[in-house]
Design a protein around this ligand. Structure first.
Ligand SMILES: Nc1ncnc2c1ncn2[C@@H]1O[C@H](COP(=O)(O)OP(=O)(O)OP(=O)(O)O)[C@@H](O)[C@H]1O
Ligand SMILES: [Mg+2]
Length: 355
């Protein structure tokens, strides 16, 4: 199996915080892994170390049988010998080269024959719908077309492993959506392993077969997207995935609401530091008909649904409703919690799993 194995990887650039903190993880063959986390948590550094663009201080990185890096044995395989496809946020195409030249650039460097270059070009041209663009220069293409050329260029050498660092962040939302589907299709048809860095939780949820949530140089949880969403391991993961964010209710500060949730979840309040309730797991009902009453503060229609801001005994929370809210601003209503979307977290910010 050509899995990527990171063993006790440490990278410290100096300064107060460590960029990657003793990271050990296995990314299985053929997965579409999204490294997800806030700015500065070490995503790019991790990717660059897998690519060989950055050297870890210590640890080992292997890909299948091949050891890319080992601090113990002093091994280091250069980027160009790792058979990778790399794409970064600034995926700059060569401005003075046509689409054809850009795409076959790597093959040219490998001194491949004209026939081979032509054959591969035609395959990629079809895959990325680039017919008619062969002789154009990058400046004569739209952003999305440029991005497709960059993807084609990355795949020209048939890499087994694709490493992408926020490659879609320069695009407008429509193009992003289009490129996401393109990438997903690509992964399904090629079956290659993809590691994709993003800080956009929506992008990770929609693309990944596996999400690795990073926090301060460590992976907090790695699991399938819905597993991350439904069973977050920690408060950090719970808050990072989902929009609007999970409502966090503190046992001490938001006493009334915390008491209500402790009853609903059948757990002692003093065992819980924080409760969490997903906005879509809260249903608005008539006053006095729910678990607790709330006052409507704001109503934001998004088109597909409504985001409603509520005040419950002084605590502001958000609810997503697929139906028109039953009241208007300043009305008092009732709310009902669905147990599946509600969680409790202990004093170490870990989710309490009830047996
Ligand atoms: N070349 C460098 N020199 C010094 N510090 C660096 C260097 N590269 C990264 N760092 C630091 O290492 C930490 C991790 O950075 P990294 O670029 O991996 O974060 P990231 O998760 O990719 O963030 P973002 O989402 O903003 O791109 C940060 O604190 C950053 O300041
Ligand atoms: Mg980064």
């Amino acid at each position: 199996m050509s899995e990527i194995k990171l063993k006790s990887i440490v990278k410290n650039f100096g300064g107060n915080s460590i960029a990657v903190d003793n990271l050990s993880e296995i990314f299985p063959d053929g997965e579409f892994v999204c490294l997800l986390g806030p700015s500065g948590c070490g995503k790019t550094t991790t990717l660059r170390m897998i690519a060989g663009l950055e050297t870890p201080d210590s640890g080992e990185i292997s890909y299948g049988e091949k050891i890319f890096f080992s601090s113990k044995n002093g091994e280091f395989i250069k980027t160009e010998n790792r058979n990778l496809g790399l794409m970064f946020q600034s995926y700059a195409l060569w401005p003075h080269m046509t689409v054809f030249k850009n795409i076959v650039f790597g093959l040219e460097m490998q001194k491949k024959s004209l026939d081979e270059k032509e054959k591969r070009y035609l395959e990629l041209e079809k895959l990325f719908h680039l017919e008619n663009f062969r002789d154009r220069y990058p400046s004569e293409l739209s952003g999305g077309q440029q991005q497709r050329v960059a993807l084609a260029r990355m795949l020209a050498m048939k890499p087994n492993l694709l490493l992408l660092d926020e490659p879609l962040s320069n695009l407008d939302s429509n193009l992003r959506l289009e490129m996401r589907s393109e990438l997903k299709r690509l992964h399904q048809s090629l079956g290659c392993t993809i590691i994709f860095v993003t800080h956009d939780q929506m992008e990770a949820m929609t693309l990944a077969t596996s999400i690795a949530v990073m926090n301060k140089g460590k992976i907090e949880q790695i699991a399938k997207p819905m597993e991350i969403y439904n069973n977050p391991k920690s408060l950090f993961v719970a808050k990072f995935v989902g929009s609007p964010q999970m409502n966090i209710i503190n046992s001490d500060k938001d006493e009334n609401l915390a008491l209500c949730l402790s009853k609903k979840l059948n757990i002692e309040k003093n065992k819980v530091k924080n409760f969490g309730a997903r906005p879509e797991s809260i249903k608005m009902v008539q006053q006095n008909n729910g678990d607790i009453n709330a006052k409507i503060e704001t109503i934001q229609p998004t088109g597909a649904d409504w985001i409603v801001g509520l005040n419950v005994s002084g605590k502001s929370i958000f609810v997503i409703s697929s139906e028109q809210p039953i009241g208007k601003e300043n009305d008092t209503i009732g709310i009902d919690f669905k147990v599946e979307g509600c969680h409790s977290f202990d004093s170490n910010d870990l989710r309490i799993v009830k047996s």
